[in-house]
Design a protein around this ligand. Structure first.
Ligand code: UDX
Length: 455
């Protein structure tokens, strides 16, 4: 099938490469000429395992191409995916400027029937707005051309996006148009061969499904984070509780991990946007508000533990803290809403020195911190170093912030002899407290049973 993807960000590029790999003829459009040049030259602007190989292979085979030209992009397509960004507005609602501008650009050029697909995460009602924007442009040219707008939200996890796209749990097709549904079924048939993964519904339900899925996952995380704080007070262990409840098939084991709070480009933004939608429609989602509040508080929990370890905030001044991991989760260089940023700001504020290491997000972290903490980077109060061992040099304590594989089995003996204050703060509950303690280190986790954390 001939597909155009508008927007070569994370979702657009992954979708385009995967469709191309299944034999479709894909043209990706971006208004950023520099990005398009980079892509044509074989350079992938984001870090996603397997994506560069996939793009290169399909580019060489002529199944994926890149352009900045809307004329070319609209002319090419039987199906047009909208995968442009929907950043949050100041009030938390999703900013639809890019989506609607893409819709108008389509309407200005459309010369034959097409299915337009909302792939970006957009508020309920956006498909109608897109439809209206296209219709207005067609009317302006007095053009009578059939088109349908459907909603087909993505459920891609960063770091596992290719796998998620190629082997989806479900493919949601929100459509109020029979012919468009048929086209979408045909397009996705190869991804849904052995079991029918496609779930058809009306457009608005599909739009709401995406928010509901992310809000539900965020709910589980905030619930466990809140419970982990209670577990500490009760001298119970959240990891035992997690396994105890996760084995109930009605609950299931996923997304029950306590940690430093959820980050990333989706959960925080989608929770905010859904809250805004609810307010706009005269409904208050009390639970959702609490999920956000708990998450914000959770990002500060580790700082409080570090301060307590040293005997209070005032004692933090001049201490050197090693951080392992900066990205919001492993296998990505994405720093959006990363809990590490909150911790870094708190530690710098308290006068700590920081030595931080991340396997891939060093450059991205440097870029972001340059904007807010340039002085600390210049003075060396904040150092982004090149290895995990460099991070612990001259450090008082170690904080595990992101659970990259390479941090899973450190040499605790070496850590005990290196860290001046002999303590590990495990923000992801990765380590066995007994093993850490046996090496002569204090262990602080999130909701772990631990004689020290509860003081
Ligand atoms: C998420 C959804 O999973 C995906 O379906 C959607 O399309 C986009 O948003 P992503 O943001 O890439 O994907 O990351 P995910 O793996 O879901 O993790 C989100 C955040 O929750 C991370 O900060 C992670 O550390 C945190 N998390 C996740 C927990 O704190 N505990 C858990 O048990 C799981």
């Amino acid at each position: 099938m001939k597909i155009t993807i508008i927007g070569t960000g994370y979702v657009g590029l992954v979708s385009g490469a995967c469709f191309a790999d299944f034999g479709n003829n894909v043209l990706c459009l971006d208004v950023d000429a520099r990005k398009v040049e980079m892509l044509k030259a074989g350079s992938i602007p984001i870090h996603e395992p397997g994506l560069d190989t996939l793009v290169t292979r399909n580019f060489a085979a002529g199944r994926i191409a890149f352009t900045t030209s809307y004329d070319e992009a609209v002319e090419h397509a039987e199906v047009i995916f909208l995968a442009v960004g929907t950043p949050p507005d100041e009030d938390g609602s999703a900013d639809l400027t890019h989506i609607l501008s893409a819709a108008r650009s389509i309407g200005q050029r459309l010369s034959r029937p097409v299915v337009v697909v909302d792939k970006s995460t957009v508020p309920v009602g956006t498909a109608d707005a897109v439809s209206q924007a296209i219709r207005q442009e067609l009317d302006r040219r007095a053009a009578r051309i059939d088109f349908a707008v459907v909603s087909n939200p993505e459920f891609l996890k960063e770091g596992a996006a290719i796998e998620d796209f190629m082997r989806p749990d479900r493919i949601i097709i929100g459509s109020n148009d029979e012919q468009a549904t048929k086209v979408m079924r045909q397009l996705y048939a190869p991804f849904s061969r052995n079991h029918d993964k496609m779930i058809e519904m009306d457009v608005r339900s599909a739009e709401l499904t995406k928010y509901a899925a992310n809000a539900m996952l965020a709910t589980r995380i905030s619930f466990m984070n809140e419970l982990s704080n209670l577990a500490e007070a009760l001298d119970a262990d959240i990891e035992a509780v997690r396994m105890g409840i996760g084995s109930d098939p009605r609950i299931g084991p996923h997304f029950l991990y306590s940690g430093m709070g959820f980050g990333g480009s989706c959960f925080p933004k989608d929770v905010k946007a859904l809250l805004k939608t609810s307010v706009d429609h005269g409904r208050t989602l009390h639970l959702l508000k609490a999920i956000e509040t708990v998450n914000e508080a959770q990002k500060g929990v580790l700082f409080e533990k570090i301060a307590r370890h040293f005997g209070g905030r005032d004692e933090l001044y001049g201490k050197t803290i090693a951080l392992w991991g900066l990205s919001f989760k492993p296998n990505t260089d994405d720093m959006r809403e990363a809990p590490s940023l909150v911790l870094i700001h708190q530690l710098l504020q308290a006068g700590c020195r920081i030595r931080a290491y991340d396997p891939v997000a060093r450059e991205e972290a440097g870029r972001i911190l340059q904007a807010t903490r340039a002085e600390c980077l210049r003075s060396g109060q904040l150092a982004l170093v090149a290895s995990s061992s460099e991070a612990i040099e001259d450090a008082d304590v170690l904080v595990l912030v992101t659970e990259w594989k390479e941090f899973r089995a450190p040499d605790f003996g070496l850590l005990a002899s290196t860290l001046r204050s002999k303590a590990i703060f495990d923000g992801r509950n990765q380590y066995d407290p007994e093993i850490v303690r046996a090496a002569g280190l204090r262990y602080y986790g999130i909701g772990r049973r631990n004689p020290w954390t509860n003081q």
